[in-house]
Design a protein around this ligand. Sequence first.
Ligand code: NAD
Length: 353
Amino acid sequence: MCNSLSVLFTSRGDLLIRLLCVGLGGMGHHDWNAAIDCGGFTAVGGVDIDASSRAAFTDKTGAPAFADFTKALATIDADAALIATPDLFHAPLTLNALDAGLDVICEKPMAETLRDAARMHFGALRGDRMLMVHHQLRWHPSHHEARRRIAGGEIGEVRRMDFHFSVHSDVCLRGYRSQLPHLILQDLAVHHFDLIRYLSGQECDSLYVRDWPAPEAGLDISAATDAIAILNMSGPVTVNYTASIRELLDPVGYTCTAHVHGTEGELAIDGEQLRLQTRTKHADGAEPERITPPVPDPGTWSAFARALETREPTLTHSADNLHSLAMLFAAMESAETGAIVKPVSDWLALLKD
Ligand SMILES: NC(=O)c1ccc[n+]([C@@H]2O[C@H](COP(=O)([O-])OP(=O)(O)OC[C@H]3O[C@@H](n4cnc5c(N)ncnc54)[C@H](O)[C@@H]3O)[C@@H](O)[C@H]2O)c1
């Protein structure tokens, strides 16, 4: 019952993309609201194993909600599926949606194994479907503008990046995240690895990672809450990465901070603000330029809508995202073995095994 001609239109007369929303919890709820708010999507159905999440979705959208994805696919006319379940289900649900002829926007991380991610990517290619991964930080004004300035050569050739993430969060204490052995890497660093690739314009040649659960009096935490990494990007760019979800003093927040050092200057991302200094201006005694980044147009969800209409990949298309996911798996291997690890890049070989 999917991908028949859409009959719903935006106020501009464009087709509204009919979204089947799978996983209606914290992020799923945020995602389908953002999709509707961008003006390009309408929610035509929901799927969740939890009855209260289904009821809340139907209450807000008026659309039916199902406990079973197969039943939803057989009942609802949709153009695309949003997959926002826990990570474990990303691959099977995405593959089902692609088989049913839907385009897919999948939450990060794309899959729980690289092989599954490759099956998802090549499944989408084979069926001529779009598969995009929701790494919305690439569209955050600071990161988007930083990438524009770096790509425009304003700090010369990138040579080094200091990237820091810290929040104080209790996610290591509850829910499926508390069970993830490499929580900080699987849940958060995958965003940052994706951003580091985006900002530097470089792929990762090799990496070395340590992660560990925060030792806290009175708490038994088994999921890794803290990590440090050295990333050797092509270029060559060396990235010094630090992350914690149990930071007490001065957490920098989900936007992160980054200092990007180039041959001709330096760019600092401090939350909502950028600062840029060139060697020439520094030698002249000039103050760094303070930049308030503009909101990118299109934003995350408008970019997804446009990609579905034009069939042109977004910034976080599966073909690109495989490289960020490969960094995550290399990071987990490094954390477990203590070795310097090279991320996988031969996706077809993964499918042969
Ligand atoms: N892009 C981001 O910034 C961001 C932020 C938070 C979470 N996420 C991702 O979103 C996903 C969901 O995280 P969350 O925080 O919303 O979790 P959550 O536990 O709040 O919600 C998950 C929902 O999926 C439902 N569910 C579980 N198994 C299902 C299945 N087989 N079929 C249908 N529904 C099922 C649960 O009942 C729940 O309602 C994760 O993959 C997470 O990594 C992304």
